[in-house]
Design a protein around this ligand. Structure first.
Ligand code: THU
Length: 129
């Protein structure tokens, strides 16, 4: 699956964003080792801190379906430059070792980063031992 196709899925899922408070709609899509793609959007709550980001929605969907290898993640929002994942999502992206992160915006601008570029010096399970 090409980066463009994954971004297309992320854009489609952005339409499902539930963001009545921030009005900031985000879409994401994860490509799994099985070849399947899982889309996600941000889902907010009147109790603000309970909201979930689009990236984590997509990742949790994939993992909950039994996917144990995630190959790429696309994220898109109506931002000036390509939309970068928040810090919490970077930590979750690192947990599942997603090596390729494709960031985009509604103008069609795209930036691709590796996991190491996105979250250098990441905290990991090795720190726990
Ligand atoms: N948001 C995401 O979905 N992904 C990010 O990486 C950044 C922020 C959502 C959370 C909230 O619903 C809205 O964007 C505004 O912060």
């Amino acid at each position: 699956m090409t980066e463009e196709k994954l971004m297309e899925v992320a854009r489609k899922y952005r339409e499902n964003a539930y963001a009545p408070y921030s009005k900031f709609k985000v879409g994401a899509a994860v490509l799994a080792g099985s070849g399947r793609v899982y889309g996600g959007c941000n889902i907010e709550n009147s109790s603000y801190s309970l909201g979930n980001c689009a990236e984590r929605t997509a990742i949790f969907k994939a993992v909950s379906e039994g996917e144990n290898e995630l190959e790429a993640l696309a994220v898109v929002a109506d931002t000036d430059g390509p939309c970068a994942p928040c810090g919490a999502c970077r930590q979750v992206i690192a947990e599942f070792g997603i090596p390729r992160i494709i960031m985009g915006n509604m103008k069609g601008e795209v930036r691709i980063a590796t996991l190491e570029e996105l979250l250098p010096f990441a905290f990991s399970a090795e720190e726990l031992t």
